[in-house]
Design a protein around this ligand. Structure first.
Ligand SMILES: [Fe+2]
Ligand SMILES: [Fe+2]
Length: 167
């Protein structure tokens, strides 16, 4: 379903489209995190990525539940935004030589991912409530809280140690 093929007629359609978009995004993030775990040197950062990989796998499962609750087949749709963020992350990481600087770059990339997710979930929750999908809103909010907590953790790892070691 493309944005410009006029397949989106109702708010329900728009909700489903955005659900498919984040479903694809979460799956791409699951694929990308192992590489980030491997590249991270700071033990707390590595650990943080590992924890978030498990959480992200669970985000996919929650979305499966959301599709079920809204009577939709679980399916993704290409999301050029997340592809771009992940591609850039990979490119920048590939150009950083020093391990301490690489950690700072990985955090910056990961926070771009978290913020993308936060904006998508924020919108989906508002739309779910408007459409009367209160159970769905509750599920999506659990994920949003984990994205926010991850973002905060990344800020704290950056500001407490990684940025100083990199500078
Ligand atoms: Fe997520
Ligand atoms: Fe995330």
């Amino acid at each position: 379903m493309g944005l410009f093929t006029r397949d989106i007629k109702t708010m329900e359609d728009l909700f489903t489209h955005q659900l498919r978009d984040i479903y694809y995004a979460e799956k791409q993030i699951v694929k990308s995190l192992p590489d980030m775990i491997e590249k991270a040197s700071d033990p707390q950062l590595k650990q943080g990525f590992q924890t978030h990989l498990r959480e992200t796998e669970n985000h996919v499962k929650r979305l499966d539940q959301v599709f079920q609750l809204t009577g939709q087949k679980a399916q993704g749709v290409d999301c050029p935004a997340i592809d771009g963020i992940l591609k850039e992350a990979k490119e920048v990481a590939g150009e950083v030589d020093k391990k301490t600087v690489l950690d700072a770059a990985l955090i910056a990339a990961a926070q771009a991912v978290e913020h993308y997710e936060m904006t998508r979930y924020g919108t989906l929750i508002a739309w779910a409530k408007q459409l009367g999908y209160n159970d769905v809103a509750t599920l999506l909010n659990q994920t949003l809280e984990e994205e926010k907590a991850t973002d905060k953790k990344l800020t704290s790892v950056a500001e407490s140690q990684v940025n100083r070691k990199a500078a």
